[in-house]
Design a protein around this ligand. Structure first.
Ligand SMILES: NC(=O)c1ccc[n+]([C@@H]2O[C@H](COP(=O)([O-])OP(=O)(O)OC[C@H]3O[C@@H](n4cnc5c(N)ncnc54)[C@H](O)[C@@H]3O)[C@@H](O)[C@H]2O)c1
Ligand SMILES: [Zn+2]
Length: 348
């Protein structure tokens, strides 16, 4: 068993082990006095893992109910949350009972938000089953939903009381989503860990995925515990995301996945900073090769003017400038506040 301890305002453990999902109930029992657990999952994940987790929860003495929503980002809405509240109330959940998220990032974000707001906040446990959720979204405490005006515009910070990562669940994850999550893995190597980057270059990440997951969550843990509410260092996690988000918006969140957009964003920004002699020579080439190795795109035909226009609308762009995350070299990153007026020239 690998344990990553997280020391945020409320400390918790991230446990990583193959087959862990079958003993989820026992591990959850160790960290809560709850009598009831409300398991939230989606229609895809339900088929593979709901029965295992439900059985384990029941065997550990929990009174358990399950809520299943139709898989996909489209259901990450307040309307789904509202359905959850009703079901939680019908299940007579009290403030000491807990929500358990079993699924990808959509599931964790919604279950966390429901837990953060039901009865002004109850505890929740994350069992992330997508690579993206295992290396990224299950750590850090951000929860929320989309509204018509934008993704993740409504949300709350809530740290889970436990994160259970079973890398074996990735065997059923479609390759498309494996690649999507790999973009975030490559990002961690770029911003903080040249050794991880080298490992990804030399080996097949899936062969050593337990190590990779542990490395990534440790990096995110370190960054987040130094900056829980995202005022400084946490912005480094946005490497490739400023331009990536713009691309996602240009394509209306359809056609390019988040990871694909981030891959293109990492290449674009590093290519620009390398030309400006900010980033060590050859870095862009290495990022391109690594992205290609994991079937991620490395360029796009979208108009640069258009990309910059969408950067300006980003909720994180304040006062006419963007906080660009740039690399000094692979494994070393920093933030540079850049006026929007200069952005187009910089990335052209
Ligand atoms: N809270 C955060 O810090 C944070 C960070 C990054 C992304 N996110 C959010 O995460 C979401 C994207 O995450 P995602 O890609 O995991 O989305 P997701 O939850 O929709 O999962 C992707 C797909 O994989 C399926 N799936 C998940 N695990 C599976 C498994 N083991 N076997 C088979 N199928 C499986 C799901 O049913 C879904 O179809 C976005 O909504 C994004 O905003 C949040
Ligand atoms: Zn991301």
């Amino acid at each position: 068993m690998r344990t990553v301890k997280v020391n945020t305002s409320a400390p918790y453990d991230i446990l990583i082990e193959r087959g862990l999902i079958n003993n989820a109930g026992q591990y959850i029992k160790n960290v809560t006095n709850a009598q009831k657990t409300f398991l939230i999952t989606d229609t895809n994940v339900e088929k593979f893992y709901a029965e295992k987790v439900l059985t384990s929860l029941k065997n550990s003495g929990f009174d358990t109910d399950i809520f299943v929503y139709e898989a996909g980002e489209k259901r990450k809405t307040l309307s789904t949350i509202s359905d959850m509240y009703s079901r939680m109330a019908d299940f007579n959940m009290s403030r000491k009972d807990i929500v358990v998220a079993l699924g990808g990032g959509v599931c964790g974000d919604m279950a966390g938000f429901a837990a953060a707001t039901y009865m002004r906040g109850i505890n929740f446990v994350q069992i992330p089953t997508s690579l993206l959720a295992q290396v990224d979204s299950s750590v850090g405490g951000k929860t929320g939903v989309d509204i018509a005006q934008g993704k993740n515009l409504v949300g709350a910070f809530l740290q889970p009381i436990l994160v259970l990562i079973d890398p074996d669940t990735l065997f059923t994850l479609p390759e498309y989503y494996i690649n999507d999550g790999m973009a975030e893995v490559i990002k961690y190597g770029c911003i903080k860990d040249s050794a991880l980057f080298k490992t990804l270059e030399n080996e097949n990440a899936l062969d050593i995925i337990d190590d990779v997951i542990e490395r990534c969550v440790s990096i995110k843990r370190d960054v987040v515990s130094r900056d829980e509410k995202e005022s400084g260092e946490r912005m480094l996690l946005n490497f490739g995301h400023t331009l990536g988000h713009s691309l996602e918006k240009i394509y209306n969140f359809d056609g390019l996945s988040h990871g694909q957009a981030v891959a293109i964003g990492m290449v674009m920004i590093t290519s620009a900073s390398e030309k400006a002699d900010i980033t060590e020579n050859g870095s862009t080439e290495r990022i391109i090769s690594l992205c290609k190795k994991y079937n991620l795109p490395v360029s796009d035909t979208a108009d640069i003017k258009e990309i910059v226009k969408f950067c300006a609308n980003d909720k994180k762009a304040g006062g006419g400038s963007v906080n660009l995350v740039l690399l000094k070299k692979i494994g070393e990153s920093f933030i540079r506040k850049t006026p929007l007026g200069e952005l187009e020239n910089f990335i052209r």
